[in-house]
Structures are given as structure tokens and as C-alpha cells.
Design a protein around this ligand. Structure first.
Ligand SMILES: NC(=O)c1ccc[n+]([C@@H]2O[C@H](COP(=O)([O-])OP(=O)(O)OC[C@H]3O[C@@H](n4cnc5c(N)ncnc54)[C@H](OP(=O)(O)O)[C@@H]3O)[C@@H](O)[C@H]2O)c1
Length: 322
């Protein structure tokens, strides 16, 4: 196994994992199986990705063939906002576990802050953002401390070994730390040279919360949505600075982007559908950038966030990062 990060829960989390968002359910089983063959041990899933069952099939196949054991894997899933009410958290976690064919998650995260009104899985699963499946955003009145209490219950029952949050900013992390009896072990956030979030990283470090960077390649992941602000940016893998640093180290620009994060202590979870690219995305801890190179990449920070929920809506209806 490659390098790991020790979580406040006491468990070790692989520093490089595999992202499962937008992995087509038709190919997800093979993708996960091939990623395990390549050497990945951490898989970052979520109810919302709509492929947990197929990802679980890939894992079962790899285990059945003796490629890996359950205890060597680190599986993450995430609680969707419609399951934030106290009595909905455990059933949502159990549904995801059942889809994966697992008895426990290594890490279970609150996917987004901002509780939404419950949608029965029998009506629609995954439920998505809209209460009516069309356009209605309907909030739940459940406050975060109630949801977090239920998340802690998952640890008590052995359904999740570690719990954490995603897409939270400093204010909510401070709130959570006031009452958590199980502190958040991990924080998963959008992080790339166009969105560094330096202060949030400093807070996480000070509080012993491991940070996982998502969308490490910046706009690349959002071009398929035709986001104007993603199309308008220089692709990070073609950026002059990144390309120059990559050439100097005999690495790919993608590897420099991932090493910039891992060398600063973050975990990364790149996604690729291409088997040929899996190995290079995993090989991002075995070389070192110069401090000056790290600083120059960090200085590209432009505060540009691509994964705003409102970007996926036809009109503005929710402003999580407002
Ligand atoms: N918590 C959250 O709200 C949240 C939000 C977003 C993402 N995530 C997690 O983070 C993971 C990673 O983020 P992401 O999927 O948004 O984006 P990403 O890993 O930054 O980028 C994926 C995109 O880059 C391409 N790509 C991958 N490796 C490449 C390489 N070596 N060279 C060139 N292009 C490459 C992929 O295309 P190909 O597939 O064609 O290679 C895909 O278009 C997700 O899968 C998910 O697990 C979490």
C-alpha cells in the first residue's frame, strides 16, 4: 500500500484514492476492478453517484479472485442532504452499505451542508437535489448538530469507522467542533490551483482534520457540463507553469497537480475512465517538487469554484457557498 494519512479516529486512510463521480454505472464494476488491479485501495463513492451497486460488484470480483481483502480496502460513501433528519441517517447509510455489499464504511461523509426535505428511496433513488425530481428545492429544518449526532451513532454501531464532512467551510466546521463527541476525521473539498482555500486548510490542520482534495484537475471535470467559467480557464494540464514543472521532473502535468496536493499533506482522489491513465494518477507520491515550485502553483489561486450546486440548476435556488 502507498502512503497513508492517520485519521483522528485512529484509522489509516490511503493518501491517493480513486474518485467515482461520473463513472458510468455500465462500466463502474470493471473500472473499480481494474483500479484495484492497478493498486488503488481507496474508493470515493456516494449515494448521489448512482453507481454504488456496480462499484460494489467490482470489489466483490476483486476479493473473490484474491486480488485484495476487505480490510485492505478503504471505502468512502456520503450522506445525501435529503437524509439529514435524525431517523434517516442510519437507513441511508445502510442502503449504501447494502448496495456496495459491505458491512461497514471506512469513512462516511455528510456530502453537502444544507439539509433538504426527505425523499423516500421508494419514490426516487438517488434522490438528487429536487424534491419533486424537477425543480423544487425544499429545505428540512434539521440542524447540523442533529445530523451529526446520528452520524456519531453510525460509529457506535460499527457501520462507519470514521465520519466526516464535505463541502463545509470554516463557519460550519467551528460549529460542529463545539458539540461533536466524535470529531470529524476528514474534510473533503474542491481544491486545485484555481481554488486553494488556504485558510480552510489551516483550520483543518489546526484541528487535526485530514483534508481530501476533489476535482484536483480543476476545470477538466466540469467541461462536460459546458460550464462557461470552466471553458474560459486555461486547462491546468496545459498551463505554462505546470507544463514546465512537469517537463523538469519528467512527469505529466496531471501528476504535478496531484503531487502539489499530496506533498502538502492532502489526500487526492482522481477519477479516470481510462485504464491506461489509472497507474499515472496513482504514482503521485514518489517524487518531490521544489518548495519554490509548490509556492508558484499555490500563487495561481483565483478563488474559482466549479462545483457550486447552483451551477447544475436551471435557475439559482440554493447558495451553499454564498
Ligand atoms: N464531495 C463532493 O462534493 C465531490 C465533488 C466532486 C468530486 N468529488 C470526488 O472527487 C473525485 C475526483 O474529482 P472529479 O471527478 O470532479 O475530477 P478530477 O479527478 O479532477 O478530474 C476528472 C477529469 O479529468 C480527466 N482525467 C483524469 N485523469 C487524467 C489525466 N491523468 N490526464 C488527463 N485527464 C485526466 C478525466 O477524464 P477521463 O475519465 O476521460 O480520464 C475527467 O474528465 C470524484 O470522482 C469524486 O469521487 C467529490
Amino acid at each position: 500500500m502507498g502512503p497513508t494519512i492517520k485519521l483522528s479516529s485512529g484509522y489509516e486512510m490511503p493518501q491517493v484514492g480513486f474518485g467515482l463521480w461520473k463513472v458510468d454505472s455500465a462500466t463502474a464494476a470493471d473500472t473499480v476492478y481494474n483500479a484495484i488491479k492497478t493498486g488503488y485501495r481507496l474508493f470515493d463513492g456516494a449515494c448521489d453517484y448512482g453507481n454504488e451497486k456496480q462499484c460494489g460488484e467490482g470489489i466483490s470480483r476483486a476479493i473473490a479472485e484474491g486480488l485484495v481483502t476487505r480490510s485492505e480496502l478503504f471505502i468512502t460513501s456520503k450522506l445525501w442532504p435529503v437524509f439529514s433528519d435524525s431517523d434517516k441517517v442510519e437507513p441511508a447509510c445502510r442502503r449504501s452499505l447494502s448496495d456496495w455489499g459491505l458491512e461497514y464504511f471506512d469513512l462516511y461523509l455528510i456530502h453537502f451542508p444544507g439539509a433538504l426535505k426527505y425523499v423516500d428511496p421508494a419514490v426516487r433513488y438517488p434522490p438528487g437535489w429536487f424534491h419533486d425530481g424537477q425543480s423544487a428545492i425544499v429545505r428540512s429544518q434539521t440542524p447540523l448538530h442533529v445530523t451529526w449526532g446520528a452520524m456519531e451513532g453510525l460509529v457506535g454501531k460499527g457501520l462507519a469507522r470514521s465520519i466526516g464532512v464535505s463541502n463545509f467551510q470554516a463557519q460550519l466546521v467551528y460549529d460542529l467542533l463545539r458539540y461533536a463527541t466524535v470529531p470529524p476525521a476528514a474534510l473533503q473539498i474542491e481544491h486545485h490551483p484555481y481554488l486553494v482555500q488556504k485558510e480552510l486548510l489551516a483550520l483543518a490542520k489546526a484541528e487535526g482534520i485530514a483534508v481530501t482534495a476533489y476535482s484536483s484537475f480543476g476545470p477538466a471535470s466540469f467541461l462536460e457540463f459546458k460550464f462557461k467559467h470552466a471553458e474560459a480557464m486555461v486547462p491546468l494540464m496545459q498551463d505554462e507553469l505546470i507544463v514546465g514543472i512537469a517537463a523538469k521532473h519528467g512527469k505529466k502535468p496531471s501528476q504535478v497537480l496531484l503531487r502539489w496536493a499530496t506533498q502538502r499533506g492532502l489526500a487526492v482522489i482522481p477519477k479516470t475512465s481510462r485504464v491506461g491513465v489509472m497507474a499515472e494518477n496513482l504514482d503521485v507520491t514518489g517524487f518531490d517538487l521544489e518548495q519554490d515550485e509548490i509556492d508558484q502553483i499555490t500563487a495561481k489561486d483565483a478563488g474559482i469554484r466549479f462545483n457550486q450546486p447552483s451551477n447544475y440548476f436551471s435557475t439559482d435556488k440554493m447558495w451553499i457557498f454564498g
